[in-house]
Ligand binder design. Structure first.
Ligand SMILES: *Cc1c(COP(=O)(O)O)cnc(C)c1O
Length: 417
């Protein structure tokens, strides 16, 4: 049989599940925390991993398992594990896999809360080198004998630096180190992490994957690329069964079960509904973002536009290789002289001033004074964050309406004499 397209697979996956009842096309949302076993031997076997099954919904439940299967399809992976939030997925995964004295190489351009969590890891005795991941040489120079992993994001926000994922992936494979990629900005519809030698894909399901701004969630997906037999921190009791599952087994036990950032069944259902239209939404958002970026780039009242799809973007060439189907839907702008940041944002009518990204609606945020307010001016400068910078997360509205809204807002300001 020819392999079906991804959207076809995703919208038909639930109803093909043999245990689904009444001809329902969605997996039922099961709220039960506990699961009865008529034969006590079965609960023993499930606890010991000898049989599949659910025992307590902090670790697994049918609704979350159905979503995990969809995510696994999405990344053509070996397994997936969901969490209550993206941060839950990131923190649980790293805490489950790292030990005091380990070293990791981390992107200098990171989502702010992830950057903050890296500081927590450092306080627990994990050594971190922060590097410019747009350049492979910086990753190579940071390598140490105790380097366990490289961690980066595909396209960083707000300045949209593009990591050289392909080269880093090849290097990690040669060196046999784990490559952990936060792929929130570029879901697998527009970026094939597995083909780039990524070991673990991390994702905030809160963003594009659910898309509607009505649910929080996170996931880690094992692409199956990494051989866990070579990872020194897998505990003996988790070296059971196929080694391809060892990493996720340890993340499930030490991360999900012990730390407890479990995704709720209702949330799993809401996310799976969003996933059905992911391909349609992401394509539209990417198309809109490129058109809007081009419009703003040509506007005399905008000083700078940062978007990987623009030919003057420093990593445009890398972006073209990595994202042939669309450059994502995040862009940042710096306003021209004489345009007040707050007045400009207040002048936007359709575009919403809000934090969050990857929503169906277009959002604008003044980043320096909000999500980077905890950083010093020097740190912001190092990250390329200008005081006058606005981050845009482009949604699925009709493009003319977006262009008109920016146009009318900018028309309210006069260029300095
Ligand atoms: C939002 C985000 C996260 C955190 O996800 P939450 O679901 O909000 O916890 C992590 N990484 C990136 C790149 C994000 O944009």
């Amino acid at each position: 049989m020819t392999r079906q397209g991804l959207t076809t697979q995703l919208v038909h996956l639930d109803r093909k599940n043999s245990s689904i009842e009444h001809g329902a096309v969605h997996s039922p949302t099961t709220n039960s925390v506990l699961f009865e076993y008529k034969n006590a031997q079965d609960i023993i076997d499930v606890f010991q991993g000898k049989k599949p099954g659910h025992v307590y919904s902090r670790s697994s439940s049918p609704s979350v398992s159905a979503l995990q299967e969809m995510l696994c399809r999405l990344e053509k992976g070996a397994g997936a594990l969901c969490f209550a939030t993206g941060m839950g997925a990131i923190s649980s995964t790293l805490l489950a896999l790292l030990k005091q004295g380990d070293h990791i190489i981390v992107s200098r351009y990171l989502f702010g809360n992830t950057r903050s969590f890296m500081g927590t890891l450092e306080s627990f005795g994990i050594h971190i080198s922060y590097v410019d991941v747009t350049r492979l040489t910086e990753v190579i120079d940071a390598y140490q004998p105790n380097t366990r992993a490289v961690f980066c994001e595909t396209i960083a926000n707000p300045v949209t630096q593009v990591a050289d994922v392909q080269s880093i992936g090849r290097y990690c494979k040669e060196r046999d180190i784990l490559f952990i990629l936060d792929n929130t900005m570029t879901p697998s519809i527009i970026f094939d992490a597995k083909a780039m030698n990524v070991s673990l894909v991390l994702s905030s399901l809160t963003k594009y994957l659910s898309g509607h701004g009505n649910v929080l969630g996170g996931a880690v997906i094992d692409t199956g690329n990494y051989d866990w037999q070579h990872y020194p921190n897998i505990q003996q009791q988790y070296k059971v069964g196929d080694p391809i599952q060892w990493g996720l087994t340890q993340i499930k036990k030490k991360g999900l079960r012990d730390l407890g950032a479990t995704l709720a069944p209702q949330s799993a259902h809401a996310i799976s509904i969003g996933l059905e239209t992911l391909a349609l939404r992401i394509q539209k958002s990417c198309d809109n973002a490129l058109k809007l970026a081009t419009f703003l780039d040509n506007h005399e009242k905008i000083k700078n536009v940062f978007y990987p799809g623009l030919s003057h973007h420093p990593q445009h060439f890398l972006a073209r290789e990595h994202f042939p189907q669309g450059y994502g839907a995040i862009l940042s702008i710096t306003l021209g002289e004489g345009i007040d940041l707050v007045e400009f944002l207040n002048a936007l009518d359709l575009v919403i001033c809000a934090t969050h990204l990857g929503d169906n609606r277009t959002l604008a945020l003044p980043v320096a004074a909000t999500i980077y307010a905890e950083n010093s001016a020097d740190e912001r400068k190092l990250m390329g964050i200008d005081d006058n910078m606005v981050r845009l997360s482009v949604g699925i509205e009709d493009i003319d309406d977006l262009v008109n809204d920016f146009s009318q807002a900018l028309n309210k300001f006069n260029l300095p004499e």
